[in-house]
Design a protein around this ligand. Structure first.
Ligand code: DSN
Length: 406
């Protein structure tokens, strides 16, 4: 067949864009060549509804091995005993994984409790536009108005009043360490399940630079494509006694055939995360974020909560007279890619909030370290203080050229 030049030109365009941009989107990363190879493999041709040794189609003897390999590696990476923990590697992505957990553990119309989106929570944690708030009742907690950190006393009071069946910890834009033990105590006191969504910091848990939620959670969900540096996808870890309910909620409850090419790529990414070099990677991700926050602060930018304990930081750009939308646009013109983000108690709308969210997983994968974080802080500062995009972009291009995408 004739080569599809139109489509492949777009592929080239995107490769060039990624190569020439400084990617500070906290939820993105670059996968390895092996992960890409697995994703682009013939496993995409196969249907395998069901689970290993229990499928609705023939021809799944190799797919079964792949799914079992991914499961084994996932449990090993997070040091989980297979006698006590189960993992489902079939969820298509993070939002379906979260909804699958609620549907497994919380009867429709009963209550879940999560952090508000504008405070750093996720759409699928019960936001009003998400199906999760239509199928279940929702109680939403906030961060403290002054410190912008979680206030466990207030969360406890809300849980006692609202009596949710499941409490969610783990967020999309919260830079600090979460006290999972406190969540466990709160949930126990009201008879709720604890679900931790570790999508953002899974790679940091694997690299042992962020506390593990497993000792205190009943269920842990994660995407596989953020700090974990795998393909797009998700996993649900559950205590063994909940395994059957979780599996049935994923298939046949929500999904049809698993994406087997994705499962193979997850297995490859987990193998990579099991290497000692991944621990150094996770350490550098966190250290880079701490330094980037510090350097921006030195240049007069307000960092929400004053810094970070993870890979992500929130900058209140409106404190310096720049809107979030404007900041995202100004930076993009200089080839610096970030996302606008609400800050806690934001008075501006989510379409043009007060903040931007920055993260270090992608630039760290490119090999950047402390020295480059100082340069990046300078580049951001110059772009947001009105220097011409062209002159900042020239320096961005010089920098990224020295750090090719692996
Ligand atoms: N978009 C992802 C994030 O930034 O956290 C999750 O939906």
């Amino acid at each position: 067949m004739k080569r599809d030049n139109v489509a492949f030109r777009l592929l080239q365009e995107e490769q060039t864009r990624q190569k020439n941009s400084l990617n500070l989107v906290a939820s993105e990363n670059y996968v390895s060549g092996q992960v890409l190879l697995a994703l682009g493999s013939v496993f995409t041709n196969k249907y395998s509804e069901g689970y290993p040794r229990n499928r609705y189609y023939g021809g799944n003897e190799v797919v079964d091995k792949v799914e079992n390999l991914a499961r084994e590696r996932a449990l090993k990476l997070f040091k989980l005993n297979p006698a006590h923990w189960h993992v489902n590697v079939q969820p298509y992505s993070g939002s379906p994984a979260n909804a699958e957990v609620y549907s497994a553990l919380v009867p429709l119309g009963e209550k879940i409790m999560g952090l508000e989106l504008t405070m750093g929570g996720h759409l699928s944690h019960g936001h009003k536009v998400s199906i999760t708030s239509k199928a279940w009742k929702v109680a939403q907690y906030a961060v403290d108005k002054k410190t912008h950190r979680l206030d466990y006393e207030t969360i406890l009071r809300l849980a006692r009043r609202e009596k949710p069946k499941l409490i969610i910890a783990g967020y999309t834009a919260y830079p600090r360490v979460i006290n999972f033990k406190k969540f466990n105590e709160i949930a126990q006191s009201v008879g709720a399940f604890v679900m931790v969504d570790m999508s953002h910091f899974a790679g940091l848990v694997a690299g042992r630079v962020y506390p593990s939620p497993f000792p205190y959670a009943d269920v842990v969900t994660t995407t596989t494509h953020k700090t974990l540096r795998g393909p797009r996808g998700a996993m649900i870890f559950a205590k063994k006694e909940l395994a059957r309910k979780i599996d049935r909620a994923v298939f046949p409850g929500f999904q049809g055939g698993p994406h087997n090419h994705q499962t193979l790529a997850i297995a490859v990414a987990l193998h990579e995360a099991l290497q000692p070099s991944f621990v150094s990677y996770a350490k550098r991700v966190k250290n880079n974020a701490v330094v980037l926050a510090l350097e921006l602060k030195k240049r007069g930018w307000e960092i929400i909560t004053g810094g970070t304990d993870s890979h992500v930081l929130l900058v209140n750009v409106s404190a310096n007279g720049v809107g979030g939308y404007q900041a995202e646009t100004m930076l993009e013109e200089a080839n610096i890619v970030v996302n606008k983000n609400t800050i806690p108690y934001d008075e501006r709308p989510p379409s043009d909030p007060s903040g931007i969210r920055l993260g270090t997983p992608a630039v760290t994968t490119r090999g950047m370290r402390v020295r480059e974080m100082k340069l990046i802080a300078d580049l951001i500062d110059r772009a947001l203080k009105g220097e011409s995009a062209k002159s900042v972009r020239r320096n961005v291009l010089e920098l990224v050229k020295k750090f090719p995408i692996p």
